[in-house]
Design a protein. Structure first.
Length: 263
């Protein structure tokens, strides 16, 4: 609609009929986001390196009456990203309204013990790969024009740092800075770019990378005394994607149960 002041809340949060790309759909926040987009009536193109679980997520969308298709993607390989984008363009007919860059990876260990090969994986999956993908897809969003959205997923580790996650924190800090700069460049086209920064979340990434003792300590430090559910992070992604957020760009939203509070 042309007049945002005329929105009802139902209209302001409506996404039905739009097309979204979601990475990291095999599990965790990416899966929750894809499922919620599907429930909201979007056509969802889901991507992941884990083809079996990624395809299962998209099959769940279709089984519940939604529209979704899985496309394989390895963010560590430029040739895979290029093939994914070419495949996506052919499948979607060049119609994309929302990019939700959710895929991420982490290895928790002291920085002094970490190795360059680990750094490369973390940086490519969390930052370099998404930058390459968004760069390839940006002309489509520019052509679509006003109302298109890019939502990245960083981490509060990228805002305040996290012990044992030095390179991960650096990669997520880069995502935040990239999103802000991209928001400035694309505002002239009516594209909104925002970033969701989760705190500890009940995902395979968190449970697999963080030792039980550290998880317990984190929960005690969170004012709400629990980790987030993946759907609670997905809710923030959906908010940034909907018309209600059409005047919000270049922002970072922490969803951390109060663990970090930014003024």
């Amino acid at each position: 609609m042309s007049d945002p002041s005329a929105y009802t809340w139902k209209q302001a949060t409506a996404l039905e009929g739009k097309t979204a790309v979601v990475t990291g759909v095999a599990s965790g926040i990416g899966r929750a986001t894809a499922l919620q987009f599907g429930e909201a009536g979007l056509m969802v193109y889901g991507a992941d390196i884990n083809e079996e679980q990624g395809a299962a997520t998209m099959a769940a969308i279709v089984a519940s009456g939604g529209r979704g298709e899985f496309l394989p993607l390895d963010l560590t390989k430029p040739e895979s990203i290029d093939a994914f984008v070419d495949n996506l363009k052919a499948k979607s007919g060049g119609v994309i309204d929302i990019i939700a860059s959710v895929a991420g990876v982490d290895v928790v260990e002291p920085f002094i013990e970490s190795k360059p090969e680990t750094w490369n994986i973390i940086l490519n999956v969390n930052f370099v790969g998404p930058v390459r993908m968004i760069h390839r897809l940006l002309p489509i969003l520019i052509e679509r024009g006003r109302g298109t959205k890019i939502v990245t997923v960083a981490s509060d580790a990228g805002r305040v740092g996290s012990t044992g996650e030095t390179v991960y924190s650096g990669s997520k800090g880069a995502v935040i800075a990239f999103t802000k700069a991209l928001a400035r460049e694309t505002a002239r086209y009516g594209i909104c770019c925002n970033c969701v920064a989760p705190g500890p979340t009940d995902t395979p990434l968190f449970t697999g990378a963080v030792a039980a003792k550290l998880r317990d300590a984190l929960i005690k430090a969170i004012p709400l005394r629990r980790v987030a559910l993946p759907t609670e992070i997905a809710n923030a992604i959906l908010f940034f994607s909907c018309p209600a957020a059409d005047y919000i760009t270049g922002q970072v939203l922490s969803v951390s149960g109060g663990l970090t509070m930014h003024g």
